[in-house]
Design a protein around this ligand. Sequence first.
Ligand code: ATP
Ligand code: MG
Length: 688
Amino acid sequence: MSAGLNLAQLQAVHYTEGPCLVLAGAGSGKTRVITHKIAKLIENGMAPRRIAAITFTNKAAAEMRERAAGLIGRQAKDVLVCTFHALGVRMVREDGHALGLKPSFSILDADDVTGILKDCAGGTTDVATARQWQWTISNWKNAGWDSRKALALAQDDHQRSIALIMQRYEERLTAYQSVDFDDLIGMPMRLLRGHPEVREKWQRILGHVLVDEYQDTNATQYELLKMLVGERAHFTAVGDDDQSIYGWRGATLDNLKKLPIDYPHLKLIKLEQNYRSTSAILRAANNVIGPNPKLFPKTLFSELGEGEPVRVVDCDTEEHEAERAVARIQSLRAGVNPQPAWKDFAILYRANHQAKPFEKALRKANIPYKVSGGTSFFDRAEIKDLCAWFRLWINNDDDPAFLRAITTPRRGIGHTTLGKLGEFSGQHKLSMFGALFSHMLEAVVPKKAHESLLEFGRYLNDLEYRARHTLGAEASRTFMLDWLKEIGYEQHLYDSEDSESVAAARWSNVLEFCDWMSQRAGGQIEDAAGTTTQTEVKSLLEVAQNIALLSTISEREKEQDMVVLSTLHASKGLEWPHVVLVGVTEGMLPFKLDDDNGKQEKVSDDIAARLQEERRLMYVGITRAQRTLAVSWTKRRKKGRDMVQCQPSRFIKEMNLDAATAKEDPREKLRKLRAEFAARSTVQQPAP
Ligand code: ATP
Ligand code: MG
């Protein structure tokens, strides 16, 4: 159990009787402390279900569960390893009735919210404006405000009008028995604050709470944590102030600053050895982060040897940059034994849209890749269509889901009918689904339309009944395929797409989704390697209840041998042997900093803070690399329709690389490759 931990890590793992903060730089084994501490707590006799480990993404949660299983075996599956949001769902499902919410409430995603906000304003608003409101409302919610407070504190007419929209939005959410993502933190907090019996229950259940990536929690998450752990304060937070990169989303370093004040007995542990990167890479990282102000002084060293120098690659355009990244990957794989896998490489960039030229170049070179942190599987329209049906099975009051399900595929029920149904349900304080079965509806819509509506309602009830009684993987898969056939979903995809290949790709996503859903219903499961395992059998309805929060099909992802393309934000906590950090061009990273609205003084403060966050982003990028790192930038870059001249990012200079070794000389590279090739062909002479 103590294998593979240094003294400071052991200290953090063994300290279980009070609040503990592990504060340390990248790759120093913070996440490893969390997994080992889970094992230690169980070894000490704590029941696995009394331990909660909170991670930043679902993917990180899946990985941590797996690592914990490696240490403690089957017991790991009972540990609550999840994001703050997933924990919120669990709490609200169990105790939301105290806030007037049914356990079958729906979770709205960002697009649903935009739609509802547009609707709240009368429907004529454009999406961009609705998104701005959404942003403002989300910030208010994260600060713990409701519309009443927002209205009272509004500083001008603009804010007042958003507060009024927020009020209508809140009313709709209550009517739909739905919550948005911010509610998943805000509601548990209100539950714990306002309901002592609920608070005591959760404090009793949770024997120890562990939080990874603590530097990126926001104010409400911190409040929630405090209330969950109560006076006893048995928790372990691990984090790195130099990797705080979600300030733009309300995360605040104040949480780190407050911890020693709120918990005077806090045990502070620092880790200083980095086990991830070579000295050359770590030095570049330390040099970059150097100029940023420090919350706590830290040092970090590596014993993995000097390693390859960090390379700077100058490129002409983004296409050129993509070609060079691909060439680098190919040359790093050439002539090395054992050959690195594709999944040992990552290409990291600032913003999603930068992926395109790299995707093209990788495709051209026949290199398998996957884009992570971009549009997730569950954001695809076809998957959302199907999820809308599930949401409706579970929560009949979910009007947004109702509208989506009744119109995909279209079943001859027009907008006028739906408009009338909406009006009727509003007048009678019913959900749209509930309104279907009202006797009085007949008087409002034409006979034929009424019949179609009723038929849809009955079909839905029937599906729900069947889903509730469909158990295990096999049966669930058959059920889903039958259902898709009944509603003509495949045909719908072909009818609504101009291109057949796009329709086919979307249908194959649907099939993958069916597989994935049914696997979760348990029973005898066969994995890719052909091994069968027996897991707990669930009904399809139960499975559907838990999908709202998942954003990756992580179990499948990790098996794939592919180069990873990722944003820097999504790369947090991860590591790869070889990293190419691209678009390290002034204006991209740091992202354009000049901003001319507001007062001059405020702007310069703002710019300084934003520059610091960009620098942390660069630090995160560099420290993802284990063995080699290349940093590239382009002399020209597309900006709208124009090409603009660019400069290398100031961060390249700040890395303070040894000029003689950093520049990658293509001729030198070629010479080396030739020499390697010659050496290999001598070795590979056929045996006599
Ligand atoms: P980040 O700040 O990027 O989240 P981290 O501090 O969480 O990094 P880990 O991911 O836990 O660091 O560890 C980095 C790497 O070092 C992992 O591959 C981990 O297995 C390894 N490692 C951590 N501690 C040790 C140790 N004591 N001995 C050997 N390897 C270790
Ligand atoms: Mg980590």
